[in-house]
Design a protein around this ligand. Structure first.
Ligand SMILES: Cc1ncc(COP(=O)(O)O)c(C=O)c1O
Length: 394
């Protein structure tokens, strides 16, 4: 149960803990949870459960008695499988000892933030962004500095000069999430090269959140810092099993960086979660080695979902959006609707669809709504029909 607002314990908490913001996505979710027949598009996940070939490996592991303390960095098998997956995806060699298994992409972000920034430091975050990014930076004691993306005829764009101008002597990190949640903005290889050059000159660490690397609609994967970086670059890559392999509820992801950070990362894992359960790592290893056709099928579904939603909404003439190049969200504005927090609640009541309000995504997001389109064509068509009908009568 929540502490009463005047409970004496609250006044003794660290400011970073006390001021950690409530997620604006969860707020609407709590409002609409349990509504009969509601089509949820507010969360960042698809509608498919984890496939059997993956979860059966977890069952086998438990049956085999793998229930003891685990390796903090990840069991050797998953670290080798991560290296193989990256070699296939990026067409270059990867060493297994650069991979560290974490409790979801979220813990990878948290460890990355803690390693680079603390009290008095700043981290640049292009915005609108997934709220957990700025919140994790804040909880680490540092200040997230939002750098607004622009929304115009070319869709969402990041003005690199504006990004670089936001850096100062306190800037310790630049957080680049590409393809991006919620906008779908995807950095080009030239963007990544320019950001990397700037970070090199200033000694700034890049946190590269590439969790949507496969959800890219122009090629098999999005441009990556792996395409432009050298081994000595200061980059912490954040990734997850959640999206590619429909494993959001498992809470398993990975950090990828120089093996030189191995002991530090092992310590931070030891003193937080003490590692990810071995049976989950076994399942994730199978996902990496045998999950390629499942990933492709999911991306294909998301592409169809995107096309259905975009075509339906565009036909109403009442919405503003740029067709997203990557990730699996449509971030759209509705003419005449500026209070998207209230609008998200109204759409629950009046259209029986669950969307995330743009107010949850920081600077520049307030006039937009986020809809996740990673689901079956039938479900996307039904959700689109409801939204279109609401737009025509509201
Ligand atoms: C941009 C981004 N990074 C990281 C994550 C972390 O995913 P998870 O903690 O489920 O692995 C998410 C999830 O929505 C995300 O959108």
């Amino acid at each position: 149960m929540d502490a009463k607002p005047d409970h004496p314990l609250l006044s003794v908490l660290r400011r970073e803990a006390r001021e950690a913001p409530e997620s604006g996505i969860v707020e609407v979710f709590n409002y609409g949870r349990g509504r009969p027949g509601l089509i949820p598009m507010w969360a960042g996940e698809g509608d498919l459960p984890t496939p059997g070939f993956i979860y059966e490996a977890a069952i086998r592991s438990l049956q085999d008695g793998e229930t003891f303390y685990t390796a903090q960095r990840g069991i050797p098998e998953i670290r080798s499988a991560l290296a193989r997956y990256h070699e296939r995806t990026y067409q270059r060699p990867f060493a297994a000892d650069r991979f560290f298994v974490t409790g979801g992409g979220m813990q990878a972000i948290q460890i990355a933030a803690r390693m680079v920034a603390g009290t008095g430091d700043e981290v640049l975050v292009p915005s609108p962004s997934w709220p957990n990014i700025t919140a994790a930076v804040g909880v680490s004691g540092a200040r997230p500095v939002e750098v607004p993306l622009r929304f115009g005829n070319a869709g969402w764009t990041l003005d690199l000069d504006r990004l670089f101008e936001a850096a100062n002597e306190r800037t310790r990190g630049i957080f680049i999430n590409s393809p991006a949640n919620p906008t779908g903005w995807t950095a080009s290889a030239d963007d990544l090269r320019a950001i990397l050059d700037f970070a090199r000159q200033r000694g700034i660490v890049i946190i590269a959140d590439e969790v949507y690397h496969r959800f890219y609609y122009a090629a098999d994967r999005a441009p990556s810092f792996y395409d432009v970086a050298e081994p000595e670059d200061r980059i912490l890559y954040v990734n997850t099993f959640s999206k590619n392999w429909a494993m959001t509820g498992w809470r398993i992801g990975w950090l990828s960086t120089s093996p030189a950070l191995g002991q530090t990362i092992e310590n931070l894992i030891q003193y937080s979660t003490s590692g990810v359960a071995t049976f989950m790592q076994r399942a994730a290893t199978v996902a990496l080695d045998e999950g390629e056709s499942f990933v492709r099928m999911q991306v294909d579904r998301a592409r169809k979902g995107r096309d259905i939603l975009c075509a339906g909404l565009a036909a109403t003439g009442r919405v503003r959006f740029a067709e997203p190049a990557g990730a699996f969200y449509l971030f759209f504005g509705i003419d005449g609707e500026d209070d998207t927090r209230a609008l998200a609640m109204r759409l629950v009541d009046e259209a029986n669809v669950g969307l995330a309000p743009g107010t949850a995504f920081g600077a520049g997001g307030a006039a937009f709504m986020r809809a996740c389109f990673a689901s079956s064509a039938e479900r996307m068509q039904a959700a689109t029909d409801r939204l279109v009908a609401w737009l025509r009568r509201a």
